[in-house]
Design a protein around this ligand. Sequence first.
Ligand code: GLN
Length: 477
Amino acid sequence: MDLNSLTIDAARSAMQDRKTTAVDLAEAFYAKIEKDDPQIGAYLTLSKDRAFSKAAEIDALAAKGEKLPPLGGVPVGIKDVLVTRGVRTTAGSKILGNYVPPYDCTAVARMEAAGAVVLGKLNCDEFAMGSSNENSAWKPVHNPRDLSRVPGGSSGGSAAAVAADTAVVTLGSDTGGSIRQPASFCGVVGLKPTYGRVSRYGLIAFASSLDHIGPFGKTVKDTATVLRTIAGRDPMDSTSAEVPVPDYVAELEKPVRGLKIGVAKEYLGEGLDPEVRKSVEAAIQKIASLGCEIVEVSLPNSEYAIPTYYIIATGEASSNLARFDGVRYGYRAADARNLSQMYRRTRDQGFGPEVKRRIMLGTYALSAGYYDAYYLKAQKVRALLTHDFDEAFKKVDAIVTPTSPTAAFKLGDKVDDPLAMYLADIYTVTANIAGIPGISVPCGETKEKLPIGLQILGKHFDEATILRVAHEYESRR
Ligand code: GLN
């Protein structure tokens, strides 16, 4: 039995049947990390003490013949923007280079309470700002499918670890596509839930009105299992919603026959790579053959999504990142002679170039005299973009689009052109702007064997439908 390639169910039954143990499993994953991760760069910090003590707890349950919890003994990895008690958490930034949080992110705490074994922390773009993982202050991540290419971002480590079999499932965050786009680049499944579905408590904030936490897995079912574990109201996050959490795994078995699936022409236009288009069109045909009705819908304001996103995201980031001042935690410049010099030098030395660019853009957009022209205007366009989806979802149950306009690009290809990098988010940012759920599921490969992802968007709090469509598509493809 290859322990590293197991899904959640397979790993759990192997432990339940005493064919393996949680400790053996953790050892197999650490051995694989030691062997393969130096070429990939997905892990920043390993949490072996924490992992082995949880694994021993699970093995004690299994030895007594008790039923294992839903993630009992399953080795998982956590994006480094989610805080973990006693385990270094850097958000991919030098400014948090030695930060050891005193508390756990709710999503991580819920995973562990369900039995998960946390192997370590995963590389990402600094403060989750990026689309290629090249903005990590520590090291880039290489795409396991082709080491000369990026894994996508900002949750590049989370996607790469699942693709490389160095974690069964992982958690990431998605502010403008950072779960779905790397999932598509690495050939795995990635889900961004509805805004409010998963508590953001313990997620290091980038843009609070757009930030979401969600899972990566090898299968749709694995992401459904993780979502069921982490979803639901949390008193520690006032934006987490009091909406009942369905049994996403049981819901997967409902057939998709009869569902209406929308296709938006605005998402199949200019800039879309022909090979991606071909795979997505074939996927739409396949979904039709499962008994779904394909309906054309229009999302007329889509062309404004990127500028709207980059004003709101940078504005919120400039405000959120004000807390990194060298006083309370994290890095402090050593050579300052007075307080204002200390602030300036700490931030100058602690933040990387993309983070500084965003702080400057955001500060400008929020400043007196410009606020109305930029931030306020962007909020109005946000309402229009949300309204586009509300109208479309009167006619359809879900909408399918490409996840990204291209497959994974080469490392270094876009680093000098921030605008080209921002445009790669064209199909994903709208779901964050509107707060609706979206999943990326593999739908083919380019001639160069690079994975292509299909995005399925759903109504607010209707993750169950997009998971069902993705699951049936995945199993019949
Ligand atoms: N690529 C987008 C950005 O750079 C989205 C990042 C994210 O979702 N965290 O902002």
